[in-house]
Design a protein around this ligand. Structure first.
Ligand code: PLP
Length: 430
């Protein structure tokens, strides 16, 4: 189908980017399980390699199954283009790579997925990049942290794990003023609940491993570009604004306009970093994404019911779900994620670390796993797992202290989940 702006989200999540297979008429997108594609002739091959013609060369760069997923996610996010890659963490590197160079920094929120804090505070140093972590509720501190070597501002829309909602329009205004792109990790919210680009973000990254796939089968990531940032406004982004020696002096911003970042992601990022999504993974994610809105509605409904029930439980200290009236972030739901605050929150138990461990071990429907965004309800004790590499101060700042359990509410019957939580809370305090 040809997508028009008139189609609704439920239609686009099924149809955007896909058309009946031109070779066979197959209605579902085939898994193009191939490494390479035959060139029409030597001239065609040369044009493809020179980026003078768009087409398939080799599946490290592009693959027709992956391309459908890229177009689907770009459409749902309201972006100009998207590049899929092998994981959410790969997407973060793919988003930063065209922007950064030795000696540059990214200004990042203290409230991020634990693995992202580790990637940013440790691993990116090997590239000569660094991160400055700031409390993104303190807008003056964010503005102050941006210096002449800052090349990106990074936050999550609904931060994992704590039910924290970033004021994206306010942060976008700060990064705009500084002429720096804002990157928003929209994994926990998904484009159904939050549209960072409409709120002013330049780039959106995803771990497609989570809600977009939705069934815990494959890892994947995606970088969506809004196509709205002017890479040539200053000399800070030479990868996009200056001639590229690896392509005979072609300049991405000039040649590809709003698709400059996307083409760079494929022609340089995937070509040389090789963090490619395979067509099987794209297939599973395409299956999942068809029901994204239906699942997210149920995730939100269950999370609202269950977080309210937990908040009233005698063995619970507090619950951090932005959909609750008790949350300091409740007022941001209407502007940032109007269809609901997602399916992820933390619960702090009376009895601290020991109670948390017993609680997690006593659950029957909920699985104790290092994942989220599955149809299945999941829990994890962040302090002893995903946030284990962090200092106690970093754990607290990220909302993952030793007394806290992260809950990813699935799409099962709420009353069954409540009964399971109830028996595990009793067991934790027996
Ligand atoms: C899981 C996750 C990541 C990392 O994604 P992977 O697919 O595991 O590499 C990044 N950000 C958020 C918010 C996540 O939940």
């Amino acid at each position: 189908m040809s997508e028009g702006p008139t189609y609704g989200f439920d239609t686009l999540q099924i149809h955007a980017g896909a058309r009946p297979d031109p070779a066979t008429g197959a209605r579902q997108t085939p898994i193009y399980q191939t490494t390479a594609y035959v060139f029409r002739d030597a001239e065609h091959a040369a044009a493809l390699f020179n980026l003078q013609e768009v087409g398939y060369i080799y599946s490290r760069l592009t693959n027709p199954t992956v391309a459908v997923l890229q177009e689907r996610i770009a459409t749902l996010e309201g972006g100009a283009g998207a590049v899929c890659c092998s994981s959410g963490h790969a997407a973060q590197i793919m988003a930063l790579f065209p922007l950064m160079g030795p000696g540059t920094n990214v200004v990042a929120s203290t409230r991020l997925y634990g693995g992202t804090i580790t990637q940013f505070s440790q691993t990116i140093k090997r590239f000569g990049w660094s991160a400055k972590f700031v409390d993104f509720d303190d807008e003056a501190a964010v503005a102050e942290a941006i210096d002449e070597n800052t090349r990106a501002v990074f936050c999550e829309s609904i931060a994992n794990p704590g039910g924290y909602i970033t004021d994206i329009p306010a942060i976008a205004a700060i990064s705009d003023k500084a002429g720096i792109p804002l990157i928003v990790d929209n994994t926990s919210a998904t484009p159904y609940l939050c549209n960072p680009i409409a709120l002013g973000a330049t780039l959106v990254v995803h771990s497609t491993t989570k809600y977009l796939t939705g069934n815990g089968t494959v890892t994947g990531g995606c970088v969506v570009d809004s196509g709205k940032f002017d890479w040539t406004a200053n000399d800070k982004f030479p990868s996009l604004s200056q001639p590229e020696p690896a392509y005979h002096g072609l300049t991405f911003a000039e040649t590809f306009g709003p698709l400059a970042f996307t083409f760079h992601g494929i022609a340089i990022g995937l070509r040389d970093l090789g963090m490619t999504m395979n067509p099987q993974a794209a297939h599973y994610t395409l299956m999942g994404i068809e029901t994204l809105s239906l699942r997210m509605e149920r995730h939100v409904q269950n999370a609202e019911t269950i977080s309210a029930w937990l908040e009233g439980h005698d063995n619970v200290d507090y619950v951090t779900y932005a959909g609750l009236d008790s949350s300091p972030y409740k007022s941001r739901v209407a502007t940032v994620c109007p269809k609901g605050a997602g399916g992820l929150f933390t619960v702090a138990l009376k009895g601290g670390y020991d109670a948390c461990v017993k609680f997690v071990d006593s659950l029957e429907i909920f699985s104790h796993v290092a994942n989220l965004g599955d149809t299945r309800s999941l829990v994890i004790h962040s302090a002893s797992t995903t946030h284990r590499q962090l200092s106690p101060e970093q754990q607290e700042a990220a909302g993952a202290g030793p007394n806290v359990v992260r809950i990813s509410i699935g799409t099962e019957n709420a009353e069954d989940l409540i009964a399971d939580l109830d028996q595990a809370l009793k067991a934790a305090h027996s």
